[in-house]
Write a protein that binds this ligand. Structure first.
Ligand SMILES: O=C(O)C[C@H](O)C(=O)O
Ligand code: SF4
Length: 517
């Protein structure tokens, strides 16, 4: 094999997967956008998402800042040298990271140290299998952490909240899958795609679930019963009303693929792999002699460009100032200003904000802040950053991360430092809501995955602290312009997330009755 060519082919696969959503995924997102009524929060969010997809493609920059855990699945003709292929993939991953196409995402689980090049400690995951064909089939998925955290595995029989007993039969499986969509709420950047694995053990069940994510969104399950179940789930999960980002709406699920394998008598697992709308998976057929790409996969059918009128029409409807109450915020923000905001308000931020995610929240709970945070805004974000030759930092991708992980710290930190607003996605819990009310704070929801859209709002990087935590976890000082987000938790005890969770739970209970005999 010509290994230089192979490395270049892998580089292309990585960059394309990170920056250009496949055609089948685009079609599913377009269909979702068409189902929402213009002017709703769901339509506005989908508009941001489709704009972001277009921007990422045009700039050849990451669709979402979270590279996830890059996973390659490779089928090789008998005799192919797996060792040299692995090395070439490692080089291609390191190069793509250096070029700002991937975020350095490989973190030592014990020390917390970021390797900086996406390598080390078992990362990336590369799985080989042999087959009888004469070419290499190489697929890559970049599945982010927020949606990965919403994967769930059921062991049947089980008692499911809202649905009652799920037994060891097709109807029990049906209940598990509906429940999996409900429990994800908006935290995995809905609308999402699910892969379901029935049977196996705890690890092979999840493998089977993830394998389903390599199917094409519009394929037809050859197994008639599973085909029927997939259709049932698509129709009914979308009645839960969780909607884009958990803001409520018509589309909660964009795809459902179910696979089955045998189990052993004592075990009955249903494993669900949840993937966000930023469903970055591609594949290539590679010539085993030349190392060159012969064909790209998932590229059949119509390509939705998202520069088309559908998206811009919605934008026009949403951006009509008369219809929307848009409030401009610039830090330092006063308590009075914050107490005027209420759930549903759209805010536009100009001026400074500071990133802070997992490591920073833990750090701030028992240290002083490196900067004065009084009246300031914290952005739950781990960006992709590149340093130029002059030593200046540039933001390459910067969408929000899942906020609920900061729940144990958030309220206390806001009070301790006088922080007035936090931006993230997926919402936060009761402890934070109480703190917002007591202290005078708001939670602002940004659109998860819209990393190019928000990177564009960041006009300069003014500084950085705590770089020892690594690029995604450091505290970046960002100057922004027109950074738009929605108030989803206010200082009056209101939470849109709580409301959507309650209403979707009521809807879930309507599916408790047996459907499959
Ligand atoms: O790590 C991130 O930047 C985001 C993560 O994928 C998340 O959804 O929380
Ligand atoms: S931020 Fe959202 S879109 Fe990005 S990887 Fe996480 S779950 Fe997916």
């Amino acid at each position: 094999m010509n290994i230089e060519n192979f490395q270049e082919s892998m580089y292309q696969l990585i960059v394309e997967t990170s920056t250009n959503l496949p055609k089948d995924v685009r079609r599913a997102i377009k269909a979702a956008a068409e189902r929402e009524n213009a002017g709703t929060r769901a339509a506005m969010s989908l508009d941001t998402i489709t704009n972001n997809i277009k921007m990422a493609e045009d700039k050849v920059s990451p669709i979402c800042q979270d590279t996830g855990l890059p996973t390659f699945k490779i089928k090789t003709p008998v005799g192919a040298n797996q060792i040299e292929m692995k090395q070439a993939i490692y080089h291609a991953i390191a190069q793509a990271t250096k070029d700002g196409k991937l975020r350095p995402n490989s973190v030592d689980s014990l020390t917390g140290e970021n390797s900086g090049d996406n390598l080390g400690g078992g990362i990336p995951v590369i799985k080989f299998a042999q087959w009888e064909k004469d070419y290499l089939d190489i697929r890559l998925i970049l599945k982010g952490g927020g949606c990965e955290n919403k994967n769930i595995q059921y062991s049947l029989p089980a008692e499911l909240e809202g649905l009652g007993r799920a037994g060891r039969d097709l109807d029990g499986i049906r209940k598990c899958i509906l429940h999996s969509v409900y429990q994800a709420q908006g935290q995995g950047c809905s609308a999402g795609f699910i892969g379901v694995g029935i049977g196996g053990d705890r690890s092979s069940g999840y493998d089977l679930a993830k394998e389903q994510l390599f199917r094409t969104v519009d394929d037809v399950n050859p197994h008639p019963e599973l085909h029927n179940l997939e259709e049932y789930i698509m129709e009914n999960a979308n009645k839960l009303g969780i909607g884009t980002m958990g803001f409520g709406g018509e589309t909660t699920l964009l795809g459902c693929k179910i696979g089955v394998m045998n189990r052993i008598p004592a075990s009955f697992y249903v494993s669900v792999a949840y993937n966000c709308w930023a469903y970055r998976r591609l594949g290539v057929a590679v010539n085993p002699e030349t190392g060159e790409i012969q064909e790209w996969m998932y590229q059949d059918g119509e390509k939705i460009d998202f520069a088309q009128p559908a998206a811009t029409e919605i934008a026009a409807a949403v951006e009509t100032p008369a219809e929307q109450n848009v409030i401009t915020l610039t830090a330092p923000i006063t308590e009075e200003q914050i107490r005027e905001l209420k759930v549903g308000d759209v805010v536009q931020i100009n001026g400074m904000m500071y990133t802070g995610r997992d490591a920073i929240h833990k750090y701030l709970s028992d240290h002083d802040a490196p900067v004065d945070l009084n009246g300031q805004i914290i952005y739950h974000c781990g960006p992709v950053m590149l340093k130029d030759k002059e030593g200046n930092w540039h933001v390459k991708a910067a969408g929000p991360t899942t906020s609920i992980r900061e729940e144990p710290y958030q309220g206390d930190i806001m009070k301790k430092f006088g922080i007035r607003a936090v931006i993230g996605k997926g919402g936060m819990g009761k402890k934070t809501l109480a703190a917002l009310q007591e202290h005078g704070g708001v939670y602002l929801n940004a659109i998860g995955g819209a990393a190019q859209y928000y990177a564009d709002c960041i006009k300069s990087v003014e500084g950085v602290d705590l770089m020892n935590f690594g690029i995604p976890e450091a505290m970046w000082h960002l100057q922004v312009q027109g950074f738009t987000a929605v108030v989803t938790m206010d200082a009056h005890g209101n939470s849109l997330h709580e409301d959507v969770e309650k209403s979707s739970f009521e809807k879930l209970t309507q599916f408790a009755d047996r459907v499959y005999k």
